[in-house]
Design a protein around this ligand. Sequence first.
Ligand code: PMP
Length: 400
Amino acid sequence: MTTIPLPSVAPCAPMPPGTPCTAADVAAAARALEAQGRRILHLEVGEPDFATPAHVVAAAEAAMRDGQTRYAPPAGIPELRAAVAAHVAERGVMAMPEQVVVSPGAKLLIVCTALAALRPGNEVLVPDPGYPAYAEAARLAGARVRHYPLREDGGVDAAAVAARVGPRTRMLVLNSPHNPTGGMLDEGALHALAALAARHDLLVLADEIYARLAFDDAHRSIAALPGMAARTVLVDGFSKAYAMTGWRLAYGVLPPPLVPAVVRLLAATASCAAPFVQRAGVAALAGPQNVVEVRVAELCARRDALVDALNAVEGVHCPRPAGGLYVFPSVAGLLARTGGDEGALARALLEREGVACVPGTGFGRGGAGRLRFALTAPAAVLAAVGEKVRRAAALGSLAP
Ligand code: PMP
């Protein structure tokens, strides 16, 4: 049997040694199998399999030819800051271009926000399961992480968050649509969380990178609620909506007092996002949006195909995500029969069936008994994944 290389980090303690854990670990294991000639279906990394829209590529090419190949202002070129301010107005967030900060990727912005806003000893409320960068950023800033749980559908129960607020709590991280569950904050939760933030004077880090990928209802931003723009750092970017993961371009809309500290950190680290990439960002926001709409419809069809296929497997229960790029089924019923945990099942799926997905515990303990599949293959291909899960589990015990 093929052996899988040990992951470089092993944050998911209960899993057997050698189990791939984060998306990067699984991707490395999948590539090792490919190097041996295996065909792998890549559903592990949150990276749209679409091309960057042609007019966006053309704008970057034109900017390069135009000589926009030097350093740019650390906060971003004025044209992109203005385009972002106009764009977020569509979700009801009224911001001045001076509040917009451009960054080479949302991840760096999350880290810079944490470093600018947190002091050692502060506490940060982070969803579990959730995108691992939040906890990492908080810890880099010397803050303590307190996890809050999510509902089965990935929504947030404001009372569960409130129960975790203490005298040292400084920041609340929200991610809607959510990675990995695909849950979205509903109107009631948004109002309750906004009231909670106001009552305890919390800064909200609202990661809205999947805002455009909403399937059924429109995404709503907490920053649009009365008084919330002054205490919300809205993070969004081009990676997901415009299939631009490798371009490294994102933005934040910040309360004005936080802008200088975040810009200082960006200047000290990345210096700036590449100016021709920022030009591409302007073209993406100001140009035709039908390409995004067509892709969201495609993702919606993929979601339905995968959710239906997984729910047809005995022992699998898959909620239908409201947005985002993933489905996050519970495989607890299956594991009860096979033994082993979600890491063992993910490994069996990779080794036996050539399907790469991430064990839920790669997103925290709250992901136990779950797998994350990215919607990064056509619906017809995803429709066959349920059967592959059933076969991988049927081939024998998964217990260590
Ligand atoms: N936030 C979330 C919730 C994500 O899932 C990701 C990427 N997987 C990011 C931020 C980072 O995006 P970027 O490519 O802009 O760094």
